[in-house]
Structures are given as structure tokens and as C-alpha cells.
Write a protein that binds this ligand. Structure first.
Ligand code: C5P
Length: 407
């Protein structure tokens, strides 16, 4: 049995549908909340015939969501946001009707819309009369869902006495069993739960005067995609970002900066507050003007010279700390990609360098795709061309595997 607050901060959308087992969902809510989970209850119209929303509101501490067309609720967290907010959507009880709906891909109420819009796992805890469960249509719906989507899980049902007097399979699992399974499930799904990741991203701007700056070519897309992938693995993510045009991924703490000096300050501060993995994707300007003019520089001379001084190397400074996090750097090169990456790995005292060939126009800067080579002290591993989000997920898996070896 789960003992402590093992679901602290985990976000569960609990969908209660219209079956007699709905009364057990109140106890399930209490158990999940006791484990520290944030529970957002969604009720179908059918569920409200068995139990009141007020019960769930009192137990979860949040107003129940029950309508797709409630402007007040949509003003807060819209249904798509709600689907993304959840780390898991748990449907308990899941009636035969609800399973059929999900299997058919209908989206005509709040629950079915969330089920279709979600990116997270969907857990169904069936509860119905044994004949309904054994009916080939229900069985076909269940197998179709399992075949179609590896993120859909069916927990139960139990065998035994039923509310209608029948005996057989169809009882919803006991709330304590579902809660314990949820603790184990979320622990497995989130290998970085309890870990903190700091990522630098985007370009920096080094001021010449109030209207001019020196900068680098960088969209920030790779860093933002990595931030999302780390959040998906359960990490707490701080993203220290130069100016970019990308929305901040849900669940990421953004620290917006402009210059390399600001990025260094913000990143070292975030690392000092606790950091297990540090990933530097930022295209930091190597040099900055020795001094920035306070007023706009007027053009008069035919030529002008700006004295540049070297910027601090943020990644090297973090890697040189007494107790450094697991440090990962990026290397954008136009030639000798692997060789330069290996040199960077040693010079900056890193655990991994992700190298990309920026001489190729189909990948890299400002592109939605990238192809990279992972370079560590014991391997050189090419990763084929992928879109940046898929690549980020792949890279995060490699980073976690190597990071876990250092524990
Ligand atoms: O030395 P180079 O700029 O090629 O190294 C690239 C790696 O170092 C990237 O991970 C980049 O984010 C990081 N870097 C940094 N601070 C700098 C320059 C680069 O963190 N001033």
C-alpha cells in the first residue's frame, strides 16, 4: 500500500462517469489527494445522477468540471488546456458507454473531448454489469483501444458480487488498489520525478546602444523542445532564455534574459538553487561591445570600430563548479563536427555534447528539423533527422540513461 505523499504535485484528471461505482470515486479522490496529488474531477451528466459535484469539490478542493460549453470554466482553464494539464487521465468508473465512446473517437462532451485531445496516458477502470463487460462489442472496443494506442491502459475489472445481484467480472477495482497502481504507474512513467533541470536557450543580445545589438542566429526551438521533453519525464524545468518567438511549454519556469551576462547570472542562480542536469542549448554571443553607449550612436563617420570583449562561457562555469550537475552542451559546427565536439567535451568538462552540422541547410538553425551526433567520453552516436520535438524526446532518453549511470 502506498504510504507517504508519493503523488506530491502530480496532476490527475479524474473522470467520473455514470455508474453505481461512482460513489467509490469519492474515496478514490480522497486517497489520491492524501498522497499529495492535485486532482481535477470531471463528471459526465450520468455521473451526477449517482453522486453530487459538491462531494468531489469538497474532497479535491477544486470545482468540478462538467460542461464543454461553460464559458466561466473555459475562461480559466479551457478544455484543451485541461487535457494538457493532466499527467494522466483516470476514468473511474468507466462505463461500457464511455469505453465505446472513446473507442469510436466521439467528442461531444467535456470528457470525450479531453480523451481525444490528451497527449498523456488514459487509464480506464471499467465498471459495469458482467454481461455488459463480457459482451463481444465491449471486448472488441477494449482490444481496439489497446491496439490503437499504447498510452491507453485498462485497469480491472474485478470479479465478484455486483450491485445488480449478478456475480462475475465487471466490478470496479477498489479505490485503494487504483490509488496504489497510480503511485506505481506515475513513478515508472516519470523517471525524472523530483529532479531539477536547468536549460539555456535562444540567442543573447549584446547592446551597442539602446537600439542596436550584436546577436546570434538561434530560434530557440531546440531548447524549448527539450524543456517540454524534460517536463514530460517529470522533471522540474527552469528555462533561461534569450529573446525568442516561442510559447513557453506548460509546466516550465521561464527566466527571460537578454545578454550573456544576464544569462550567466540567471543560470548560475538557478543551478545554485538545485540542479541535477544542466543543458546549454543557447547560442551565446562570444563577444560583447566593451561598453554600450547610453544614447543612440549617430551615424557620421564612414567607418566605425567597436571594441569587443569576450563573454563568459556559461556552460564551462557551471561545469567547473565544485559539485557540478550532469552537464550537456551543444556544438554547432560547419566542419570536423565530431572532432570539435570531442574537444569541447574535454575542454568544458562535460558529460555529453550534442553536435550538429550547421553547414546543412535542411536542418539546424531556424529549421523544424535537426539531425545530430551524440558524443560522450565513450561513444559517438548519430541520431537521424527528426522533427525537433521527437529529437528532443530521443535526446532526453539518452541524457537520462547516461545521467542514471552517474548516480
Ligand atoms: O564554445 P562553443 O560556443 O562552440 O560551445 C557551445 C556550447 O557552449 C553550447 O552548449 C552553448 O550553449 C555553450 N556556451 C555557453 N556560453 C558561452 C558560449 C557557449 O554556455 N559563452
Amino acid at each position: 500500500m502506498a504510504s507517504g505523499a508519493e503523488l506530491t504535485g502530480r496532476r490527475v484528471v479524474l473522470v467520473v462517469t455514470g455508474g453505481i461505482a461512482a460513489y467509490k470515486s469519492a474515496e478514490l479522490t480522497r486517497l489520491l489527494v492524501k498522497q499529495g496529488a492535485e486532482v481535477q474531477v470531471v463528471m459526465t451528466e450520468g455521473a451526477k445522477a449517482f453522486i453530487t459535484p459538491l462531494t468531489f469539490q469538497a474532497l479535491s478542493g477544486k470545482p468540478v468540471r462538467d460542461s464543454l460549453l461553460d464559458p466561466a470554466a473555459e475562461m480559466g482553464m479551457g478544455h484543451i488546456e485541461l487535457a494538457r494539464w493532466g499527467e494522466v487521465i483516470l476514468v473511474a468508473p468507466a462505463t461500457a458507454d464511455v469505453i465505446a465512446k472513446v473507442s469510436a473517437g466521439l467528442a461531444d462532451d467535456l470528457f470525450s473531448t479531453i480523451a481525444l485531445a490528451r497527449r498523456c496516458p488514459l487509464v480506464l477502470a471499467p465498471a459495469m454489469n458482467q454481461a455488459m463487460w463480457s459482451n463481444p462489442v465491449t471486448q472488441a472496443n477494449v482490444s481496439r483501444l489497446q491496439k490503437l494506442d499504447s498510452q491507453i491502459h485498462i485497469w480491472g475489472p474485478d470479479d465478484g458480487d455486483q450491485a445488480c445481484g449478478d456475480i462475475g467480472p465487471g466490478r470496479m477495482l477498489e479505490p485503494q488498489v487504483i490509488c496504489d497502481q497510480m503511485v506505481a504507474f506515475l513513478a515508472e512513467d516519470k523517471p525524472l520525478h523530483g529532479k531539477r533541470v536547468v536549460i539555456t536557450a535562444g540567442p543573447t543580445r549584446e547592446r551597442i546602444d539602446p537600439v542596436r545589438f550584436i546577436s546570434n542566429d538561434s530560434s530557440g526551438k531546440m531548447g524549448y523542445a527539450l524543456a517540454q521533453a524534460f517536463v514530460n519525464c517529470g522533471a522540474e524545468v527552469v528555462l533561461v532564455s534569450g529573446p525568442v518567438n516561442i510559447n513557453t511549454p506548460a509546466g516550465v519556469e521561464l527566466h527571460g534574459v537578454e545578454s550573456a551576462a544576464e544569462m550567466l547570472e540567471s543560470a548560475t542562480q538557478a543551478v545554485a538553487e538545485g540542479c541535477d542536469i544542466f543543458v546549454a542549448t543557447a547560442a551565446v554571443a562570444d563577444y560583447r561591445p566593451a561598453s554600450a553607449a547610453e544614447q543612440k550612436v549617430k551615424k557620421s563617420a564612414d567607418a566605425m570600430t567597436i571594441e569587443l570583449v569576450k563573454n563568459p562561457d556559461i556552460l564551462s562555469e557551471v561545469a567547473a563548479l565544485e559539485h557540478p550537475p550532469f552537464c550537456v552542451g551543444f556544438a554547432a559546427e560547419t566542419q570536423k563536427v565530431v572532432e570539435y565536439a570531442q574537444q569541447k567535451l574535454s575542454r568544458k568538462k562535460l558529460k555529453m555534447v550534442i553536435a550538429n552540422d550547421v553547414s546543412r541547410s535542411d536542418i539546424g538553425f531556424n529549421s523544424d528539423h535537426n539531425a545530430v551526433t551524440i558524443v560522450t567520453h565513450d561513444k559517438v552516436e548519430p541520431v537521424p533527422k527528426l522533427n525537433k520535438q521527437d529529437l528532443a524526446e530521443d535526446l532526453v532518453k539518452h541524457i537520462i540513461a547516461d545521467y542514471e549511470k552517474t548516480l
